[in-house]
Design a protein around this ligand. Structure first.
Ligand SMILES: [Zn+2]
Length: 294
């Protein structure tokens, strides 16, 4: 029996923060009519990485955005996503596999830092981002046309691999279409020493969206967004194995990836240093919820 720490299908997982927006308020993140409190609610921006110590393989999940987008959209930019990855020992220029959870600017805009990568994307995300709905300003407000054109160009250069629903990226790593926030939103499930971990990305921006079943207000399909909360539970082996896409609390639930990286990068496959806020979610039965195993 292989040592769990070096088995070819067991991965390390990291989240690294590159930007924040401290001026956001609750109504921008919580579609909760009747919620009278519009308190400040800062949002964080992350890139994620998976590393397999047995094979040396690295998979990056999402690419972040560039400094010019931060200036245009009001974020405080701490470092480039490329610099964030270097802090955890990953050189973006050598990365060969990038999973794009969806094509919103804050997930795809850093594509140019990955010149050798093949990009994994859902069919529906490309179809919608290049299709009829983009004529509506409210539907395209999280998309940047130059980002979409860049991915179209990479497809013509044979550097995009499309998935339709569930897809296998590597032993122990799979993608799963959930939709909702974006038509082609996919989440990433990875086998770690602690069990099946799910990078939810924007299937739940904050712990609270999922825990309290409060939708995030940028929506392609509300029904799919709500179904996605249950799918996350079905895919993960426990409440501290679901990682929201934008919650600042992620950096305090998990231990720093290395000394000195406190409040910057965390090791998601390590034992949490405090309970996940999802442990308080008693709305959908005990863990694990679903039959979806590796
Ligand atoms: Zn996002």
């Amino acid at each position: 029996m292989p040592d769990a720490a070096t088995a070819a299908d067991i991965w390390e997982a990291y989240a690294a923060r590159y930007a924040v927006h401290t001026g956001r308020r609750r109504h921008e993140h919580m579609l909760a009519p009747g919620d009278a409190h519009d308190a400040p609610m800062p949002i964080s921006y992350y890139v994620w990485a998976l590393r397999n110590t047995a094979t040396g393989r690295v998979i990056v999940v999402d690419t972040g955005f560039t400094a010019d987008k931060a200036r245009a959209r009001g974020q405080t930019y701490h470092r480039t996503p490329a610099e964030a990855l270097r802090l955890i020992g990953i050189e973006p220029g050598t990365v060969e596999e990038v999973i794009l959870t969806h094509l919103h600017y804050d997930h795809v805009g850093g594509f140019a830092w990955f010149p050798r990568a093949r990009f994994h994307l859902q069919d529906r995300e490309m179809a919608v981002a290049t299709g009829r709905h983009m004529r509506h300003p409210i539907m395209r407000k999280s998309y940047e046309v130059e980002d979409i054109l860049a991915i179209v160009r990479r497809n013509y250069a044979e550097r995009v691999r499309f998935h339709d629903g569930d897809g296998r990226i590597a032993p122990g790593v799979s993608v799963h279409h959930v939709g909702g926030h974006a038509a082609g939103l996919q989440v990433v499930r990875v086998k770690t020493a602690r069990g099946a971990l799910v990078l939810a990305a924007d299937a739940t921006h904050f712990y609270e969206n999922m825990r309290a079943r409060i939708p995030f207000p940028i929506i392609f399909s509300l029904a799919d967004m709500l179904e996605a909360f249950d799918r996350l539970r079905a895919l993960a082996d426990g409440p501290d194995l679901i990682v929201p896409g934008h919650d600042p609390l992620v950096l305090s639930v998990y231990p720093p990836a290395a000394p000195g990286l406190e409040d910057i990068a965390v090791r998601l496959d390590a034992t949490p240093v405090r309970p996940s806020p999802l442990a308080e979610d008693d709305t959908a039965g005990p863990w694990p919820m679903g039959p979806e195993r590796f």
